[in-house]
Design a protein around this ligand. Structure first.
Ligand SMILES: Cc1ncc(COP(=O)(O)O)c(C=O)c1O
Length: 437
């Protein structure tokens, strides 16, 4: 462990030397923001870079370095940072009036675009974030079923107050959550049997995102569909991230029909957003013309910037055809990384699917969160800082999100940086993994 510690310290000291302006901006920010931060996931040691610009698939920091941006705003920046179509739509919306307090044409059009695209959506409602979308879906399930218990998965992330990374979070909403292990068919099936008719909903990311971009096993998802029908619970697909995978997310890919789906991130072109939806029967609870309807509120649910940007993005940029092509191109990149790691016999693996990748220090795909070793977690800071020093920005936990303006040259730059990292650190990676086996 000495060697890993020294390698990380050495990388960090080169990072500090290269980023004096970001360092002092970070220190100054701590005066009014706790730890200089207003979004925990963006913090890393020794300090996060302050970004001053973004265009296309690249970002620039305060010290003038330029990076290929694989953070991709944790998947929300699918369109990159300066898409002309999105910008024009936002400008047009602003010209028409900013906050008007009435329905506008934009949310109506965006609702149609989403419902026509995602097979399980007859109707949707908009909100302001993926977290809010999941809270609304969970509350809907509780009301519709008249039950309290919600099955979620260890290491799942559904938002800042619905997260199970390493177990329950102290900040979680006080719902009656029951936890099972992702992709564990027998264990989960037994949990559902145990809860039985008290179960309101099962909420699942069909690719476990923050938990390591782990693909949901088809049989596992089928079991959830069957069991929830048996006990009369709703199955909620959190496609906040996965909706970008192919024309209609995982539900489109697998021809799967969840009861409720939640969306967010990219669906408003990079502007703040969230949506939840499902069958007309379930969503009719929100029809204000109906007696006893549920009142769904939110001042900014239909804000014109998000809605207009979403329309332009889904209608004119991320068409079904573009989404299919982008998935194939991204998946080829992911597979090419794995071919490179395997040829070098270095224990690195690009987990995930298409444009949602997580790098794991392992020779095998990660199929369950429990496959992620302590050694893998300990090596992440080294990978993150070394890639930054090479002009490739990835999430500190090892995620990469591809974006539409990326070119083959951007991908080649990332591949080269990873190749250099693998060549330089292979013995250290092997030693660290062995020490924590
Ligand atoms: C799968 C998933 N669900 C929900 C959320 C929460 O979305 P937001 O950050 O917009 O609240 C996220 C955010 O990363 C997510 O990855």
């Amino acid at each position: 462990m000495e060697n890993l510690h020294h390698a990380i310290e050495d990388a960090r000291s080169r990072f500090v030397a290269a980023n004096p302006m970001s360092e002092s901006a970070d220190k100054a920010a701590a005066r009014y923001l706790p730890g200089g931060n207003t979004r925990t996931v963006l913090h890393f040691d020794p300090f996060p870079l302050t970004l001053v610009g973004g265009d296309g698939a690249e970002v620039t920091d305060l010290d003038g370095h330029r990076y290929v941006d694989f953070v991709g705003e944790y998947s929300a920046a699918l369109f990159g940072h300066s898409n002309a179509v999105i910008k024009a739509a936002i400008h047009e919306a602003l010209e028409g009036g900013i906050t008007m307090g009435a329905p506008t044409r934009y949310e109506r059009e965006l609702a149609g675009l989403l419902c026509e695209r995602f097979p399980s959506l007859d109707q949707v409602r908009f909100c302001n974030s993926g977290t809010e979308a999941n809270l609304m879906a969970l509350c809907t399930a509780r009301v519709v079923t008249g039950r309290e218990k919600i099955l979620a998965f260890n290491d799942a992330y559904h938002g800042g107050v619905v997260k199970f990374l390493g177990g329950q979070s102290a900040l979680n909403v006080p719902f009656d959550f029951v936890l099972a292990d992702y992709n564990d068919i027998e264990g989960t099936s037994a949990v559902i049997d145990g809860v039985g008719k008290e179960l309101a909903a099962v909420i699942i990311e069909p690719v476990l995102g923050a938990g390591g971009n782990i693909q949901g096993n088809r049989q596992f998802l089928n079991m959830l569909r069957q069991k929830t029908e048996e006990v009369g619970a709703l199955l909620i697909f959190d496609e906040v991230k996965t909706a970008r995978l192919g024309p209609a997310g995982i539900q489109g890919m697998l021809d799967f029909n969840p009861d409720l789906t939640t969306l967010g991130k990219f669906i408003s072109g990079g502007m703040p957003t969230g949506a939840f939806g499902g069958s007309a029967e379930i969503m009719s609870h929100y029809d204000p013309r109906r007696k006893g309807a549920l009142a769904h509120a939110g001042t900014f649910n239909n804000n014109v910037c998000s809605m207009a940007a979403g329309c332009a993005g889904m209608r004119d940029v991320y068409t079904a055809a573009r989404a299919a092509e982008f998935f194939d191109w991204s998946e080829a990149f992911r597979l090419s990384l794995n071919a490179m790691f395997s040829a070098k016999s270095v224990p690195l693996y690009a987990n995930g699917m298409g444009s949602m990748i997580a790098l794991h220090f392992s020779r095998e795909p990660t199929k369950r969160p429990s496959d992620i070793t302590a050694g893998c977690r300990k090596l992440r800071p080294l990978l993150h800082i070394e890639l930054l020093l090479d002009g490739v920005s990835i999430c500190s936990r090892g995620d990469l999100f591809l974006s539409l303006p990326m070119t083959d040259e951007h991908l080649a730059k990332a591949r080269q940086a990873l190749e250099k990292f693998a060549d330089r650190y292979k013995p250290l990676i092997e030693e660290t993994l062995a020490a924590h086996a």
